[in-house]
Design a protein around this ligand. Structure first.
Ligand SMILES: C[S@@+](CC[C@H](N)C(=O)[O-])C[C@H]1O[C@@H](n2cnc3c(N)ncnc32)[C@H](O)[C@@H]1O
Length: 237
């Protein structure tokens, strides 16, 4: 995959330098995340994908879309970066039940009450201040539908420690309280990054952290495995 331009995004996009600048390294990251499918099993345990209309908000290059499409009735990916939306479209062009829209969480071009499962993974645009996106979710979700936001947990695990150290002002309690006020439950789960090669882990750490932070992490961490705590936020409609 070729690198994408950094300023090719719609209004309301939250800059995501990792995937905007390095989509091929981000692909390696996605391949290493959660090899035991903890996230998928948790989501499907709450709302199976079979025959569902699924919306993936901030779908990036569309990594998760084929997995949804294998079971769902229909899948819509929404991506704020035009170059990434094009890549996502290319990825799913052979799948008849998937479409990709260029757009934002704050302005979803999706009909009212048409979605059974909404999914937003590593979605910086869903955090304190994202009320416009939450209103859009309330509009598009069907009665009985479930929305999921897959988020970091800065309070636990090796990755959580790296994340909190890189963002010392990030306040997990404040983020949790924001979502709880808007009717979301929080499930704590433990996943991992499992890379085939140490060089892949090094490349991914270097797109996720500043140069100084990355070198510190790589100096103190051995191997190609990282334990990683997450929060799965769940809202029922
Ligand atoms: C860290 S990436 C994760 C991509 C994808 N969910 C995945 O797991 O591979 C976050 C994505 O959200 C997109 N994004 C940023 N702001 C957005 C917004 N307001 N609405 C929709 N997508 C947005 C970015 O362009 C980026 O592709």
């Amino acid at each position: 995959m070729a690198a994408v331009a950094a300023v090719d995004a719609v209004a309301g996009a939250i800059p995501s330098p990792n995937i905007w600048r390095f989509p091929d390294v981000y692909e390696v990251e996605n391949q290493a995340v959660d090899p035991e499918l903890v996230i998928e099993h948790t989501l499907q345990g709450i709302r199976p994908w079979r025959d569902a209309a699924i919306l993936d908000i901030g779908c990036g290059t569309g990594f998760h879309l084929p997995r949804f499409a294998a079971r769902a009735h229909s899948v819509i990916g929404v991506e704020a970066h035009r170059g990434l939306a094009t890549m996502a479209r290319r990825r799913v062009c052979h799948l008849r039940n998937v479409s990709v829209l260029t757009g934002s969480a704050q302005r979803l071009a999706v009909p009212d009450h048409s979605i059974d499962v909404a999914h937003a993974r590593w979605a910086y645009f869903f955090g304190p201040g994202c009320e416009a996106g939450l209103r859009q979710l309330a509009r598009v979700m069907r009665r009985g539908g479930v929305a999921f936001v897959i988020d970091n947990d800065a309070t636990r695990s090796t990755f959580g420690r790296w994340f909190q150290r890189a963002l010392p002002t990030y306040d997990q309690g404040q983020v949790d309280a924001f979502f709880a006020r808007h009717g979301w439950d929080a499930l704590r789960r433990d996943i991992c990054w499992r890379f085939e090669r140490r060089a892949d882990l090094e490349a991914v750490v270097r797109i996720e952290f500043s140069p100084e932070q990355a070198e510190q992490i790589l100096a103190e961490h051995v191997g190609a495995y990282v334990d990683y705590a997450i929060t799965i936020r769940v809202r029922r409609y």
